[in-house]
Design a protein around this ligand. Structure first.
Ligand code: AKG
Ligand code: FE2
Length: 278
């Protein structure tokens, strides 16, 4: 299990547009050598909640995703995932209410936001980048929490309510908090804002969700870049929100996604979640 002593030293760092995407890159020759880069990858995840692994060798997407089991433990399945729990991310149904399988923008979200236990670690590997658009966007949940804490405590508190986020997806519905305590002294974010989300009934929550939307609309709070073929975006799903911009509907853009429980038997464990500013 996670050593909380180690995690106490890693409260995570808030980040915005000043963080150059290149600072998140770790170059690795092949999937067989991933353990040798574990320290660099986990350090980035512990600092910001995100790392981008660039594989130099051409290998099947499957190898370049499954190798992360050595760092992040067991894989977790999804409604559409295959026997290895891998899900293809491409234009599958333009008319679907779910932006993830269309070419529409996929706004900022936590993966598995409608599950009681969302995946702690998300890996997204790019196979074919978009010709135009399809830009990856990241936002720090820690920065959002710190900003609300210093500007509007009432709004922040309302986001801890169990009815702050109400999601309807497939046959599932879920009601939960945007911010919650996770493993004693750490916090986790859970958010999405697409068609699956119902407007909050409570007026404080409605106002707070409006502030979150404002935060996520400001360029200075976002890191944006094009994920290239052979790159794997790794996020601490409880600290960092991710999304992507729209692209053309006939674009062959293709990614693969795999979720991990974050509990590995290796020496180093990633610290999931963040600590708030005092
Ligand atoms: O298409 C992308 O770049 C992101 C996809 C995504 O966030 C997801 O499938 O959960
Ligand atoms: Fe996602």
């Amino acid at each position: 299990m996670e050593s909380s002593g180690n995690c106490d030293k890693n409260p995570k760092q808030a980040f915005g547009s000043e963080l150059a995407p290149e600072a998140l890159l770790v170059s690795v020759h092949s999937s067989e050598e991933i353990v040798g880069s574990a320290h660099s990858i986990i350090s980035l995840l512990d600092t910001y909640g995100v790392a981008i692994v660039q594989f130099e060798k051409e290998e099947p997407p499957r190898n370049q995703l499954l190798c992360f089991k050595e760092l992040f433990g067991k894989t977790m399945s999804h409604d559409r995932s295959d026997d290895d729990d891998i899900t293809e991310v491409a234009v599958i149904d333009e008319s679907s209410v779910y932006p993830g399988i269309s070419s529409r923008a996929y706004t900022f979200h936590t993966d598995g936001s409608y599950d009681v236990n969302p995946p702690p670690i998300v890996a997204l590997r790019c196979e074919i980048p978009a010709r135009q658009g399809g830009i990856t966007q990241l936002a720090s949940g820690k920065k959002l929490h710190d900003w609300l804490s210093s500007t509007d405590k009432e709004a922040l508190e309302s986001l801890y309510r169990e009815d702050a986020l109400f999601i309807n997806r497939a046959a599932k519905s879920f009601s939960g908090a945007v911010f919650r305590t996770y493993l004693n002294n750490r916090l986790a974010i859970r958010y999405r804002a697409d068609e699956a989300v119902r407007s909050p009934e409570n007026s404080n929550v409605r106002r707070a969700v409006g502030l979150v939307h404002d935060f996520l609309s400001e360029e200075k709070n976002l890191v944006s870049f094009r994920l290239e073929a052979g790159q794997v975006l790794l996020t601490d799903n409880f600290t960092v929100l991710h999304g992507r911009t729209a692209f053309e509907s006939d674009d062959p853009r293709k990614l693969h996604r795999l979720w991990f429980d974050g509990i590995s038997s290796s020496e180093e464990q990633a610290c999931i979640g963040f600590a708030p500013n005092e």
